[in-house]
Design a protein around this ligand. Structure first.
Ligand SMILES: *Cc1c(COP(=O)(O)O)cnc(C)c1O
Length: 388
């Protein structure tokens, strides 16, 4: 079954417009290629986008960096435990290990595929210091329940919002909720992209200051301040062994324009999700969970699960779609199956029945703004033909 003449439909593609290209060229010509005025403007625009001027935004070169900085700033260190979901990308968990702390992986709610608050509460020990909910696929985790547990047990909440721009939960944008910090990703396949990049958002001025210092070598002042024409100064102090996590102006140039398009991008992805849901209604599948009324799903991923009576398995379906020229993926191979996490914490699939069950039946279909209606129809036809 080959799709004669039709080009391969990739799983994901960024949408970069002429505005982004012109802005990058402007950076290249200006001489400010690394962190400078555009990175700062991107931070300001990000706060304006979230619509809450009490927030601080700290631009970084990846969400992984932002999660690391957030956990460092809330004081995670050796001997501590941090709870997160097994059903995520390894970046969510690895940053805990960077700090010498231990990761406690817990199962998901089978309906939403988000971290199960009851499992979080059951995993708390005297060493537990923080919890990292992931807004899986762009649907917010149950932040009311997680916030309540965190308050009762004195835990910091750091949100992995790599999928969640823009996501609305309880009428509020993710990024404006009541956690210690929220971290967004601008990786190439995320809902907006800077190639590589991320944003740490917090209401805590001291946390923001610590992250600003630690993102650039633990220097008490960043390069932009030191080299401004109106305030010459060669002096700086190193206050900690920091990291090299600053976002370049070349990347921020992309982000300035991507951010302006974030709502339109979300609307297009939501329309594709609606089309998929309608088309798959009669098939032996479980379509993705929907957000509550008045909430917003960022639709970073469209995760379809095969029902137990589906005529073929997940792997066979992915092969058929590939043969039809359609790229798919799986989000995620749960961390409890990955050799490092499995062996370090002696994890077995039986400890994570919902994540394991979902993993064995799930695939992620293409959902991105550059898909035409014809591309969407092509995916629908190929999935339908394979499952009837
Ligand atoms: C993409 C992703 C990250 C890491 O983002 P980077 O910007 O690539 O570091 C972290 N967590 C989740 C859930 C992701 O999907």
């Amino acid at each position: 079954m080959s799709d004669a003449g039709r080009p391969f439909l990739p799983f994901a593609l960024p949408e970069i417009g002429e505005e982004e290209i012109a802005e990058v060229v402007d950076s290249l010509k200006s001489g400010w290629v690394t962190t400078g005025p555009k990175a700062r403007r991107f931070e300001q625009d990000f706060v304006a986008f979230l619509g809450d001027l009490s927030l601080h935004a700290v631009a970084v070169n990846s969400a992984t960096a932002g999660l690391h900085l957030a956990l460092e700033a809330v004081g995670i260190g050796a001997g501590d435990e941090v709870i997160t979901t097994t059903h995520t990308f390894t970046a969510t968990a690895e940053v805990v290990r960077y700090l010498g702390a231990d990761v406690t992986l817990v199962d998901i709610d089978p309906a939403t595929l988000n971290i199960d608050p009851a499992a979080v509460e059951a995993a708390i020990t005297p060493r537990t210091k923080a919890v990292i909910p992931v807004h899986y696929a762009g649907l917010a985790a149950d932040m009311a329940a997680i916030g309540d547990i965190a308050r009762r047990h004195g835990l910091a909440v750091v949100e992995d919002a790599a999928h969640a721009l823009p996501t609305i939960h309880g009428g509020r944008l993710v990024g404006t909720l009541d956690s210690a910090a929220t971290v967004f990703s601008f990786y190439a396949n995320k809902t907006i992209t800077t190639g590589e990049g991320g944003m740490l958002v917090t209401r805590d001025a001291a946390l923001a200051r610590r992250a600003q210092v630690m993102r650039l070598h633990g220097m008490s002042r960043d390069a932009f301040d030191r080299f401004r024409a109106d305030r010459p100064s060669w002096y700086y102090e190193i206050v900690a062994p920091g990291f090299k996590y600053n976002l370049t102006d070349i990347a921020a140039a992309l982000g300035l324009h991507q951010l302006k398009k974030a709502r339109a991008f979300q609307a297009r992805r939501a329309a594709i999700a609606d089309a998929y849901d309608a088309a798959f209604a009669g098939l032996p599948v479980i379509t993705p969970p929907r957000p509550a009324e008045a909430d917003l799903h960022a639709w970073h991923l469209y995760v379809l699960r095969l029902a137990d009576d589906a005529p073929i398995g997940r792997d066979a379906l992915i092969e058929r779609l590939f043969a039809a020229g359609i790229g798919c993926s799986v989000h995620y191979i749960p961390l409890h199956l990955q050799p490092y996490w499995r062996d370090r914490y002696a994890l077995t699939p039986a400890m994570f029945p919902h994540s394991q069950h979902a993993y064995e039946r799930m695939l992620s279909l293409p959902i991105y703004t550059r898909m035409t209606d014809g591309d969407v129809a092509r995916v629908v036809d190929a999935v339908s033909a394979s499952l009837r």
